[in-house]
Design a protein around this ligand. Structure first.
Ligand code: F1P
Length: 289
């Protein structure tokens, strides 16, 4: 299931991009001050989305874990992301949005409590998933957002189709420690990649803003560490990490396509460890309290 959902991404992203013309305004109209909320995977999507929107000049955009957000700073719009549309902390956050602020939601399933609690809802039912572990829903939200911000994603779709037809460039079973580093909007993707490794393969994984990795966390890097750089490669950083004996991995691909590679890595690692990536330990499809 997870593997099928990973493979379907170029096709599903194309639909998401097609939905941007009508749907992207739910994520914020130009000039609005916005905060984006979510839990787990959806919190990382919120982080990436906030950087993309602010950098595109569409207005101040913050991101927060739904469980930690309380109304304080004024916003024009609160955008909640939830594939299931049932996550308790997301519902709780929406219920505390002050009068006069637009409540918006991006969900995988129409008619769910999160969808119903919002004034404006974007339903990406074609990107919804059977798997517990999220793969194509979060990437589709980001593809839609980027298209809505005016990006042409034609080459991103081509890259994604290309990598899915090729074997992974690294054998994950050689490693027992996985680090993902990102910058700007790709930091959210790095966090999501590390979460995939934990969820699907129960392996030790970490994520940091790329240049912060040298400020402490690199102390545990060793020969069995695989450190993947998202976004543009930094040769000095790569050399510093390589000096620890760790393997540094970077592919010259769009960061969203690099996330697809990390999703595949998580599934391959799970299989190598004799785990079923479709049945992650201790997890349910959504957390309802
Ligand atoms: C959020 C989430 C998932 C996670 C797990 C529990 O769900 O934290 O990211 O993988 O399945 O739920 P949602 O609010 O996006 O449905």
């Amino acid at each position: 299931t997870t593997e099928h959902e990973i493979r379907s991404q170029p096709e599903v992203w194309a639909r998401a991009i097609g939905a941007a013309a009508d749907g992207a305004s739910v994520l914020g109209r130009p000039g609005e001050q916005v905060v984006v909320l979510g839990c787990g995977t959806s919190a990382f999507v919120a982080e990436s989305l906030a950087v993309l929107r602010e950098r595109a000049g569409h207005g101040r955009t913050d991101a927060a874990y739904a469980s930690e957000w309380t109304p304080g700073r004024p916003y024009d719009r609160v955008v909640a992301i939830s594939r299931s549309g049932t996550t308790s902390e997301v519902l709780e956050a929406l219920s505390s949005v002050p009068e006069g602020t637009v409540k918006a939601a991006v969900v995988g399933v129409a008619g769910t409590p999160v969808a119903e609690a919002a004034d404006e809802t974007l339903v990406l039912d074609f990107a919804d998933e059977e798997s517990v572990v999220q793969t194509r829903f979060p990437t589709s939200v980001l593809a839609l957002a980027r298209a809505g911000l005016g990006e042409d994603l034609t080459s991103v779709l081509e890259q994604a189709a290309g990598v899915l037809d090729a074997p992974l460039p690294v054998d994950p079973s050689r490693f027992d420690h996985f680090v993902f580093l990102g910058r700007a909007w790709s930091y959210g993707l790095a966090q999501e990649a590390a979460l995939k490794i934990r969820e699907a393969a129960q392996a030790w994984s970490e994520s940091y803003p790329a240049l912060d990795y040298r400020h402490g966390p690199v102390a545990v890097a060793r020969e069995t560490s695989l450190v993947t750089l998202f976004g543009a490669a930094d040769p000095v950083l790569a050399a510093d990490i390589g000096a620890t004996g760790a393997t540094v991995h970077h592919q010259d691909l769009d960061p969203l396509v690099q996330l697809v590679q990390a999703q595949r890595l998580a599934v391959e690692l799970a299989v190598a460890r004799e785990l079923d990536p479709d049945a992650p330990r201790h997890l349910t499809r959504s957390v309802v309290l």
